[in-house]
Design a binder for this molecule. Structure first.
Ligand SMILES: NC(=O)c1ccc[n+]([C@@H]2O[C@H](COP(=O)([O-])OP(=O)(O)OC[C@H]3O[C@@H](n4cnc5c(N)ncnc54)[C@H](OP(=O)(O)O)[C@@H]3O)[C@@H](O)[C@H]2O)c1
Length: 263
C-alpha cells in the first residue's frame, strides 16, 4: 500500500475518534461566543444609557433633582475643578475643598463670576487623618448638600513595588483616597437620606478593575471608591434599590442616584 493511502487511512481513524472532542470544543466555543455577545450587548446598553439617552431627554434640572449645593473635594485643579465648573454651569452652588487657600479663593471667585452661582470653600488637608472632619462637618451643617463629588486622590510618583513604598506614602493613600471619601459620605449622606434625594460621585480609576502589582494600594483604594457607595446603598436603603451604576474607564464614576433609591 502506498504511503499516501496508509496516511489517509490513519487520518480517517484518528478523525473518527476526534469527533467527540471537536463537538465538545464547539460547545465551549459557542458558550464563549454567547457570553461575549451578551456582555457586549450589556456594555452597549450601558454606554447608550449613560451617554446617549440622557441627551435625548434634554438636560436634567440638577438643582430640582438633587438640591442647591454640591461639595467637590480636591477642586482647585484637574478633574475636581472640571466637575465644579460643570456643576456650576448647570446652576448648582459649589463648595470647594482643598489645601491651598489662595487657589481656593481664586477658583471660587472665578466660578461664581463665570457661572453666576454662589460659591464657598473649606481649607482642609485630607492627609491629616481625622483632623479635618469636625471643621468640614461644622461648615456643611446648615447647607443642603445635594451632590458630593469625592474627587481628591493621591497617585504614586511612579509605579513601584509595595515593599518600596514609604510608611508616609501608605498613610497618605489611606487617608486621602479611602478615608476622605468614606468620611465625606458619612457627613453628607444623613441629610440626603432625610431629604430623600442626592447624588454621590466617587472618582475612581481604571486601576480599580484588577489587581495592579506596581500600583497596589492605589488600585485598592480606587476599588473602595467604587464599591462602598453600592454597599451603602444596600445597607441604608435595604430592598429599595432602584439603580446603581459603576463604570470603570480611565476616570471612573460611581454614581449613586439617590432620588431613584429613595422612592
Ligand atoms: N488624572 C488622571 O488621569 C486620573 C486617572 C484616573 C483617576 N484619577 C483620579 O481622579 C482624581 C483627580 O485626579 P487629578 O489628576 O485631577 O488630580 P490633581 O490635578 O492632582 O488635583 C488634585 C486636587 O486635589 C487637591 N489636593 C491634593 N492633595 C490634597 C489633600 N491632601 N487635601 C486636600 N486637597 C488636596 C489639590 O489642591 P491643593 O494642592 O491646593 O490641595 C487639587 O485641587 C483622583 O482621585 C485620581 O485618583 C485621575
Amino acid at each position: 500500500m502506498a504511503a499516501v493511502d496508509r496516511f489517509f487511512l490513519l487520518y480517517r481513524e484518528i478523525s473518527r475518534s476526534c469527533n467527540f472532542y471537536i463537538e465538545a470544543l464547539a460547545i465551549v466555543g459557542a458558550w464563549y461566543t454567547v457570553r461575549k455577545c451578551v456582555s457586549l450587548a450589556f456594555d452597549t446598553y450601558s454606554m447608550l444609557r449613560l451617554h446617549l439617552i440622557p441627551k435625548l431627554g434634554g438636560e436634567i434640572d440638577l438643582v430640582k433633582r438633587y438640591g442647591k449645593w454640591a461639595v467637590v473635594t480636591g477642586s482647585t485643579d484637574g478633574i475636581g475643578k472640571a466637575y465644579a465648573e460643570e456643576l456650576a454651569k448647570r446652576g448648582i452652588n459649589i463648595i470647594l475643598i482643598s489645601r491651598n487657600k489662595e487657589k481656593l479663593e481664586a477658583v471660587s471667585r472665578s466660578i461664581s463670576e463665570t457661572y453666576k452661582v454662589e460659591t464657598d470653600f473649606i481649607v482642609a488637608d485630607f492627609s491629616k487623618g481625622r483632623e479635618p472632619y469636625p471643621g468640614i462637618k461644622e461648615a456643611l451643617k446648615d447647607r443642603e448638600i445635594g451632590i458630593l463629588v469625592n474627587n481628591v486622590g493621591l497617585f504614586y510618583p511612579y509605579p513601584d513595588y509595595f515593599t518600596n513604598l514609604s510608611e508616609d506614602m501608605l498613610w497618605d493613600m489611606i487617608n486621602i483616597n479611602i478615608a476622605s471619601a468614606n468620611m465625606m459620605m458619612h457627613i453628607v449622606l444623613p441629610g440626603m437620606v432625610e431629604r430623600k434625594k442626592g447624588a454621590i460621585v466617587n472618582v475612581s480609576s481604571a486601576s480599580c478593575c484588577q489587581p495592579t502589582p506596581m500600583l497596589t494600594i492605589y488600585g485598592a483604594s480606587k476599588l473602595n471608591c467604587a464599591d462602598v457607595p453600592q454597599a451603602i446603598y444596600t445597607l441604608v436603603l435595604g430592598s429599595k434599590i432602584g439603580y446603581a451604576h459603576a463604570q470603570a474607564t480611565t476616570v471612573t464614576k460611581v454614581v449613586a442616584k439617590s432620588s431613584h433609591y429613595f422612592t
